[in-house]
Design a protein. Structure first.
Length: 233
């Protein structure tokens, strides 16, 4: 994989504002993409999550969430090591499991597919609106793309991960605005603990539809904040 550091990505500091994740970009605290997505979830998704928590119990649900997050963090760090050539090793039980997942994603999803890398684990922002961190950006199978790595406890159907697609669209819009690119493609590379690999690609009109969905959700988030501010006065 060839590196081409053609863009200067900003430094950032993550912080909490009203218990919501924000990024401090040049002194401006911007809500994260995930914060906006969580705040604007559909009632159906909220209901599905609530039903699942009731089914497995609060304690088990919290354990599964925290365990998945920890596994995902390790997996991301190891993949980053592959990409940068630095190498990262975690010899804990979870680290070895995550390492195999990272290796699967690298071999089946990146090697021979990522033609050019512009940045890894970079901060992207849309001035005055939002910010976030994406796993990889560059040329994927001949097209400029945002690439994100996901761990999953079980295989996913495409219709279950629409928020992931909206997340990709949000990052692409920020990159296009700030850096003058024309990214119209997003890639999700996903692996389960038993090393079942999935690749999801969105582009063209489908990708644009998620851009429109993201604009709608940013508008909804901003309006809710404005309404909350007026009620508190």
């Amino acid at each position: 994989m060839k590196w081409n550091k053609r863009f200067n990505y900003p430094p950032s500091v993550r912080s909490l504002v009203d218990d919501q994740r924000h990024y401090d970009i040049y002194g401006d605290k911007l809500p994260s993409v995930t914060t906006i997505l969580q705040a604007t979830q559909s009632e159906e998704k909220k209901r599905i999550l609530s039903n699942w928590k009731q089914k497995v119990g609060e304690k088990k649900a919290d354990f599964i969430r925290d365990n998945s997050a920890a596994r995902g963090t390790i997996m991301h760090r190891i993949i980053e090591g592959y990409v940068t050539g630095e190498g990262h090793v975690d010899l804990s039980a979870m680290g070895q499991e995550s390492g195999l997942m990272a290796q699967t994603i690298f071999k089946q999803g990146l090697k021979g597919c990522m033609d050019e890398i512009w940045g890894s684990e970079i901060t992207l922002y849309y001035p005055g609106l939002y910010a976030g961190a994406t796993d990889l950006v560059g040329i994927y199978q001949g097209e400029p793309a945002i690439v994100d790595f996901k761990q999953s406890n079980r295989p996913k159907k495409r219709e279950w991960i629409t928020d992931y697609f909206t997340q990709l669209a949000a990052y692409a819009m920020a990159h296009n605005y700030v850096h003058g690119t024309e990214i119209q493609s997003g890639i999700i590379l996903m692996c389960t603990p038993n090393n079942y690999f999935q690749r999801f690609i969105i582009k063209g009109k489908e990708f644009q539809s998620y851009m429109f969905d993201w604009i709608r959700r940013v508008d909804e988030f901003c309006n809710s904040k404005l309404l909350q501010g007026n009620l508190e006065k």
